[in-house]
Design a protein around this ligand. Sequence first.
Ligand code: SF4
Ligand code: MG
Length: 320
Amino acid sequence: TDDLIVVKNLKKYFPIRAGLLKKIVSHVQAVENINFTIRKGETLGLVGESGCGKSTTGRTILRLLEKTEGEVYYKGQDIYDLSKHEMIQLRREMQIIFQDPYSSLNPRMPVSDIVGEALEQHGIAKGKQKIERVKELVETCGLAPYHIRRYPHEFSGGQRQRIGIARALALNPDFIVCDEPVSALDVSIQSQILNLLMDLQQERQLTYLFISHDLSVVKHISDRIGVMYLGNLVELADKDDLYEQPLHPYTQALLSAIPLADPRKKINRILLKGDIPSPSNPPRGCRFHTRCPYAMNECKIEVPEFKEAKEKHFVACHLV
Ligand code: SF4
Ligand code: MG
C-alpha cells in the first residue's frame, strides 16, 4: 500500500503519582484510541487546542514516548516489536522538528556539531567529510555555509528553526514529525519556514505529520487534516473537505472562530461553553459533550465511534 504510517487504537496514559510511596493514583489519558494512516509523501496535519494530545501522539509514533496500548506500523512493521538496537537504526528514517528551536539546540555546540552529531553517531561521516555534509545541509535549509562555526544564540528564531530542520535532515529521513515548528515565530517568518518545509518535501519525497494549534498554518501545508479534542481524534478528512464541510461540532467551532479569507462566505459562529475538562478525568461518553451545543442524552453515555461518514471523511459524533 501507499501508507507509510498506520496507527491503530493508539493509547497513551501518563501515571499521576502521589504520597510518600509515590503510588499511582490516577492517569492522564493523553491519547485515547486513535486510528489513522499517513500516506507516503503526504502531509497529515494534526490540529487542536494545547493539551489535546497532539504532541504526545507525534512522540508516541516515533517511540520517543512508549505507548500504553495499540500499534504503530512504519512501512508495514510494528515499531513496538523492534528491539532497542533496531529502533536506533530506524531513527535514521524518522525524525522530529520541535516548536522551540532555541531550547532544542544545545547552546554550547556550534552548528557544525548540532547538525553533524547524528552523522558521526551513525557512522556516516566524520571530520572533514562531516563538515562538508553539514555545509550542504545548512545551505539546503537557506543558511550560508560560513554560519556553521556559530552558536545558537547568534541566530534569529527563523534561522534557528532552519538549523533544527537541517539537523532533522542529516540522516536523510523519510518521515518527519513537525511539532508546532512555526508557532514560536513571527508571522512573516512562518511562511518562509513553511515554504522551506514544502520545498524539502518535494525534493526529498518526505512524509510529514504536521502538528499545530493554528488552523491557518495546518491549512497551508496539509493534504489531510485530523482534529483532536481531549485525547480523541474527532475528525479526519481531506483538507478542502474539512474546511468546507466540517462534520464534527468541535471542528465547526474551531473553524467558525478563525477570520475567513473569503468574507462573502457566511458561517455560523459556534461559541463553546466552559473550559476543556481535565484529561485525568475526562467526561464519559463523548468527551466533548460538556461543551457541545448539540449534546444529547446519548452523548453522555455512549462513546461515539470514529467512522467513515462520507468517502475518506471520518468523524466521531452521534449526530452524523
Ligand atoms: Fe456533540 Fe454528541 Fe456529537 Fe459529541 S457525540 S460532538 S456531544 S453531538
Ligand atoms: Mg504540543
